[in-house]
Design a protein around this ligand. Structure first.
Ligand code: 2HG
Ligand code: ZN
Length: 467
């Protein structure tokens, strides 16, 4: 039998598409974390801003919690609906609304996938440079809600840098038109930036005006095999000094072995502890500056083996080794950490983190990888087959408390680009001080007094016990 609240929703938003079958509730109620059993009330699939406004007006009036939903590729549980929430999926709102060649901006509905934005930018001879492996499934709205980063932050920055304006529907159903594509705007609080990384707790992003950039220069793609983390940082510094780096990503042998087991081709005859895949602006694979930098690293004894891609196809193969990691690890139900410190703090942090995790996880396989040039590490702890998922998460959660303290000591963050969601909520206090969290609470309460937007994500209300 249909929940009577859905009848009032249908009255408030006539014509709204609603999905309620068990398969749909299951599909829309989870993200890539797979830790919580999905249990939404229903899924609303609005086709217009007006419908989003009607849904939120209804939700505020009825006190129904709402989980805004993009591609649900998140890794922190930010888009999970496990407590009878209404999922508000933007997937039908995926149109390109306009391109402005003078402003070099693209205006899109929030449900458009990242990859479609990138393709549209290319049609206009420009690029939207934010990029990562989930590009085909994630949406711009979700990217904005988490300030998504990815593999080219080193050169182009996070999503935040590319949002010239956005439209946000508040919990009360008001439509806020934030910054309107202006380059300069010194007229008070920039609510656009408050909405970015708010994880759907301050409003629902329905439209964005994105900045576009000139195309990137041609690049040479290098894969280097390295002996240690210390050397990794030295190689990064050298390459950054000598080359125009477009990307610099690392992974360990553990991560590589899983990608190879998943079907990728081994790059070298034997294994090495660490690998770097990097893109550097270059005239071609034989570019002198690239070869000189490579030779210098080899002469220092930093590089144990290496290859410069000779074709686009080979470059794609090398990138697959890095971009295939998340998918290859997924069957092992990894416990994910997404920490960052300032790049200058990285060597000291790495040394401490290795000691800590070596001592705390002697029996677990741990895959390290990520955006070392941004100071951002992904540490994935793999679940041993024999261990029950709940016991594994509990064990990893306890270790994460120590990792969060370490991150705090080194002045870093417990979430660099995946968001806090449900997964990292217990550790928010290690990254944000009490006064800062109090301000965040006050902002949330001002924009969503009934507390209907993504409740339980990012932080809990002060009165409710911590979940
Ligand atoms: C990446 O950099 C993503 O590949 C996912 O941020 C990281 O799976 C992860 O932990
Ligand atoms: Zn990442």
């Amino acid at each position: 039998m249909s929940d009577p609240r859905l009848d009032t929703l249908r009255e408030s938003a006539p014509g709204l598409r609603l999905a309620t079958t068990p398969a749909e509730l299951e599909y829309y109620g989870r993200d890539w974390t797979r830790r919580w059993a999905p249990a939404p009330l229903a899924v609303a699939l609005p086709g217009s801003i007006e419908e989003v406004q009607a849904v939120l007006r209804w939700a505020s009036a009825e006190g129904v919690p709402v989980v805004p939903s993009g591609g649900r590729t998140g890794l922190s549980g930010g888009a999970v609906a496990a407590n009878g929430e209404l999922v508000l999926s933007l997937e039908r709102m995926r149109r390109v609304l306009g391109f402005d060649p003078v402003d070099r901006t693209l205006t899109v509905e929030a449900g458009i996938p990242l990859e479609a934005v990138q393709a549209e930018a290319r049609e206009h001879g420009l690029q939207y440079p934010v990029d990562f492996a989930a590009r085909g499934s994630c949406t711009i709205g979700g990217n904005i809600a988490t300030n998504a980063g990815g593999i080219r932050v080193l050169r182009y920055g996070n999503t935040r840098e590319w949002v010239a304006g956005l439209k946000l529907v508040t919990a009360a159903g008001e439509l806020l038109d934030l910054n309107r594509g202006l380059v300069k705007n010194s007229s008070g609080y920039d609510l656009r930036h408050l909405a970015i990384a708010s994880e759907g707790t301050l409003g629902v992003v329905v439209e964005a005006t994105l900045k576009l950039a000139p195309p990137s220069p041609p690049v040479a793609t290098l894969l280097l095999a390295l002996p240690s983390f210390e050397v990794l940082m030295q190689v990064f510094q050298l390459l950054r000094e000598r080359l125009a780096l477009e990307a610099f990503e690392f992974f360990t042998d553990v991560a590589l072995r899983h990608v190879l087991a998943h079907g990728a081709q081994a790059p070298f005859e034997r294994g090495y502890p660490y690998y770097v895949v990097a893109d550097a602006a270059a005239a071609g694979p034989d570019d002198d500056r690239v070869l000189e930098a490579f030779t210098h690293c080899a002469e220092q004894g930093w590089v144990e083996d290496g290859v410069v891609a000779q074709s686009q196809a080979q470059a794609a193969q090398l990138w697959r080794l890095r971009e295939g990691i998340t998918e290859a690890l997924a069957p092992h139900l990894p416990y994910k950490n997404d920490v960052a410190v300032r790049v200058s703090a990285m060597p000291a942090f790495l040394a401490d983190a290795q000691v800590l995790l070596g001592a705390e996880y002697p029996e677990f396989e741990v895959a390290w990888f990520g955006h070392i040039g941004d100071g951002n590490l992904h540490i994935n702890v793999l679940k041993p087959q024999a261990l029950a998922p709940d016991a594994f998460v509990e064990r990893c959660g306890a270790v994460t408390a120590h990792l969060a303290e370490l991150v705090q000591r080194h002045g870093g963050t417990i979430s660099a680009e995946h968001g806090i969601g449900l997964v990292k909520k217990p550790y928010l206090g290690c990254t944000r001080g009490p006064a800062e969290v109090a301000v965040m609470r006050a902002v949330r309460a001002a924009l969503d007094p009934a507390g209907i937007l993504n409740p339980g994500k990012l932080f809990d209300p002060p009165t409710s016990p911590s979940r």
